[in-house]
Write a protein that binds this ligand. Sequence first.
Ligand SMILES: [Zn+2]
Length: 88
Amino acid sequence: MPLEPADCPLCKSPAERAPLRSHDGYSYACPSCGSFHIGGLAFGKATHGHLPAHVHIDVRRLQAEGELPRIDFDAPNFHVKPVARGKQ
Ligand SMILES: [Zn+2]
């Protein structure tokens, strides 16, 4: 899957992304936030600045545990969970 340039929805830095094939949303690779997946709804909220601080912390924690985090928005809350193995 080719990567395209896109600003990171977490930190707004220049990053790269690819659309996910198995889920809605994107796979991001950011120089400062690392690799993560984000669902379409969460992406829309994040790009409009509605991203709670715990999302950054949860992403870091999962990455430190060797997991690939996926960020989803399920009203009214954001959720960060590991991407299931084999669906990366
Ligand atoms: Zn970032």
